[in-house]
Write a protein that binds this ligand. Sequence first.
Ligand code: HEM
Length: 610
Amino acid sequence: MQIIVLFLNDYVFEQCKGCQRQFASNYSYISSDLSLSSSPISSFSFRTMSTATVTPDLTESSSVLSASTVFYFLLIPAVLLWYAYWYISRRHMLELAEKIPGPKGYPIIGNALEFLGTSPQIFKNVYSKSYEFGTTVKLWAGPKLLIFLTDPRDVEIILSSHVHIDKAPEYRFFKPWLGDGLLISTGQKWRAHRKLIAPTFHLNVLKSFIDLFNANSREVVQKLKKEIGKEFDCHDYMSEATVEMLLETAMGVSKKTQDQSGYAYAKAVMEMCDILHLRHTKVWLRPDLIFNMTTYAKYQEKLLNTIHSLTRKVIKKKRADFDKGVRGSTAEVPEDAKTKNYEKNVSSKTVVEGLSYGQSAGLKDDLDVDEDVGEKKRMAFLDLMIEASQNGVVINDEEIKEQVDTIMFEGHDTTAAGSSFFLCMMGVHQHIQDKVIEELDGIFGDSDRPATFADTLEMKYLERCLMETLRMYPPVPIIARQINQDIKLASENYTLPAGATVIIGTFKIHRLPSVYPNPDKYDPDNFLPERTANRHYYSFIPFSAGPRSCVGRKYAMLKLKILLSTILRNYRIISDLQEKDFQLQADIILKRAEGFKVRLEPRKPMAKAH
Ligand code: HEM
């Protein structure tokens, strides 16, 4: 019976996507009001639908076989056939899944009950339960098989592969927002666009953003003045700053292009992530058919309107600049934020103590191309997109919009979380903050000059603190892939069946006691060269790794170093809460449910206002 229902569930929701409207109208009696969530988005309800009145026609009831008899007569063999098809197509998966350990599930819903409750409760529950098992754990989300991997040797098999690069079907909830952008696209489209986009985050391009990173960081310092002495949520400031920096650098338009603040966009993104997280964890919200009947769908539409209106404005502005022959960023940099007078010898060195922009120098990807790139490839992201689209062959207008949405999202929310966790860590661990401050004073003295590229290479201790923050609080806590062929694991004698979703548990990998002794202790020395040298490369993967690694890794590291050093050159951070008080939630991006609460003390005279 369970099998038949599972099959029907699969059939109705997966096979019959095209018939969803029809299905909805047939089931027009659904009008229940289910309040399910305590997420920031307040209420959830099915939209009331009109009730259809069916008037049976009794005049032909005397015929030999009634229509309903024929219907049931045909339905039974059809169901049996479906069952046979379902059983045969899934038997292989079920047999292999059976051998993999995991919590006991229930008929039909599998382990869906593990995902009940609020976001922080789900995170706590799933994380603590995972310790009852080894490094490979299976869960059933209804009919969907999820396999969690946390052994770096197994993770390497997936992430280093050029075959297992398809995103899990769960990423489809991003589609109305990000379309077929780099994060979710696959196959030839992904390959072609990755090849186009990766060079726009080459170090040569990033170096041209340094003045804008400085100018925007100084503005944050000015804005933070009003918070001195009070407890406040630093994430609000970090998300606004990271949106505005993206606009002025990768998009190359002034932040004044938008009429709302960067924060309005960032807030809409956060709420979108809440909705997506609900759809990931509440299995009944997965089918579009049901989701579209909830008030969430309406709210999602509103949020997407805010998000997409910024994207449209940015592209329109860039196109207009392009038509006027203007290339590069049109954002203004105040004279005192320019580094040209301070940058003595622009170093070509990029590896600091065995680390290269957020990963072990032993790991290489398509961002690590050292050869001098041609003039054309040295353009910033949106400039290159517009230029490539002029003939419409490589990328068309709709695809540009999808990529801009993707970079705007991936590029701001991750770094906002990373920088907020960093500030909280400084606030909690005062003696570590002392050492960062000592390093910065050693580099800058009492000067308020902007930070140069060479300075960022001198920020070795700050970099270790940043790495340790990304280890303990990776902004992307899990990565999910769809596997299309069986995969034999390296760590144990298990084979992952084709059709399963593999979930790489970055958060847990980063806290493996076998790799990081005392894993819950914030210890920047975990990133001393002698400690990193002997670690498995795939035991530290905040930016993922391999062909589908984060395209913004170097951008993120450079920006974070300038932003965070500028803040710490001006303020001391204080936290009244300890790490044990943090309530973590993983709504796509890892966050603190109670907000990133810190206090500030001015450390020395403010950087000059501009
Ligand atoms: C601390 C900051 C960041 C972290 C921790 C981070 C982490 C990640 C991770 C783990 C992935 C792989 C996701 C997956 O496979 O599901 C990813 C992909 C991606 N990231 Fe980042 N990211 C950061 C910053 C950025 C920035 C600044 C940008 C752009 C400016 C960016 C753009 C992207 C894009 C486009 C992808 C998809 C790449 C592909 O599939 O080819 N990220 N990021």
